[in-house]
Design a protein around this ligand. Structure first.
Ligand code: DX5
Ligand code: ZN
Length: 228
C-alpha cells in the first residue's frame, strides 16, 4: 500500500482551503506541509498558524516537514497546531535522538530526513526511534526540481538498514516525484510518496494520484500513464 502525500508548496496560498479540498477529492492520503525558515533552506513558507488553519478544514493527516534550524523549539507549536507527523532534518539537529523522542512524546509520528549529499550513517543510530525516514531526492528549498538519480540507491540502502534493524519505519521520498521516478523509488522500497508539481499542475489531480499509487503495481497502470 502506497501513501500519497501531495505537497502544498506549489499550491495557490491565497486559496489553500480549495486546494486542500481538491487534493482530498483527488484521493490524497496525507497533506505534506513544507515549512522553511530561510536559514536551513534558502526559502520561506509558513508556520504553525497555517497548519492550525489547515487542521480546521481537513481530516487528512498533516505531514509536517520541517526544513528549519533548531527544530526542537517548534515541535510543540506544530503538534498543538495539528501536525500528525513531524519530520526534522538530521543535519539541523544537534541532539537528534532527543529531538525524535521529543516528537514522539508530543504524540506525533516522528520522521527524520537526510539531504541528498548527507551520508545515511547520520541516521543509523536512530532507526529504532522513528516512524518515517524521508529521503530527499532534491536539495530541499523549492518545488519543481529534477529528481537526483542517486536517490534510488539511497532508498534501497535505507530500506535495508531498516529491515536489518527490525524497524517498522516507512521510507518516504520527496522531490521530483512523477510517474517514472515513483516507480523507481517504490521498487527500491519507498512506501510514502511526496509530490508537489506532478500532482498540483496535473490536468487531472485524481489521475496523477492514481498513477503514483499504481507505482507498486505497474501491470495496473491507468491508461496513458508514462511507462518507465
Ligand atoms: C522541497 C520540498 C518538497 C517539494 C516537492 O524542498 O520538501 O516537498 O515541495 O515538490 P516537487 O514534487 O515539485 O519536487
Ligand atoms: Zn517536503
Amino acid at each position: 500500500m502506497i501513501v500519497i502525500a501531495p505537497s502544498i508548496l506549489t499550491a495557490n496560498f491565497a486559496r489553500l482551503e480549495e486546494e486542500v479540498h481538491s487534493l482530498e477529492a483527488a484521493g490524497a492520503d496525507w497533506i505534506h506541509c513544507d515549512v522553511m525558515d530561510g536559514h536551513f533552506v534558502p526559502n520561506l513558507t509558513f508556520g504553525p498558524p497555517v497548519v492550525r488553519s489547515l487542521r480546521a478544514i481537513t481530516t487528512l493527516p498533516l505531514d509536517v516537514h520541517l526544513m528549519i534550524e533548531d527544530p526542537d523549539r517548534w515541535i510543540e507549536a506544530y503538534r498543538t497546531a495539528g501536525a500528525d507527523s513531524i519530520t526534522v532534518h538530521a543535519e539541523a539537529c544537534r541532539h537528534l535522538h532527543r529531538t525524535l523522542h521529543h516528537i514522539r512524546e508530543s504524540g506525533a509520528r516522528a520522521g527524520v530526513s537526510v539531504n541528498p549529499a548527507s551520508p545515511l550513517a547520520l541516521i543509523d543510530e536512530v532507526v529504532g526511534d522513528v516512524d518515517l525516514v524521508l529521503i530527499m531526492s532534491v536539495n530541499p528549498g523549492f518545488g519543481g526540481q529534477s529528481f537526483i538519480p542517486g536517490s534510488v540507491g539511497r532508498v534501497r540502502r535505507v530500506a535495508s538498514m531498516l529491515r536489518a534493524a527490525g524497524s517498522a519505519a516507512a521510507v518516504q521520498v520527496d522531490g521530483g516525484i512523477d510517474a517514472v521516478t515513483s516507480r523507481a523509488v517504490v521498487g527500491a522500497g519507498a512506501t510514502v510518496l511526496v509530490a508537489g508539481n506532478y500532482i498540483l499542475t496535473a490536468p487531472s489531480r485524481a489521475e496523477a494520484v492514481r498513477t503514483l499509487r499504481a507505482s507498486a503495481a505497474p501491470d495496473r497502470l491507468p491508461p496513458g500513464a508514462v511507462q518507465a
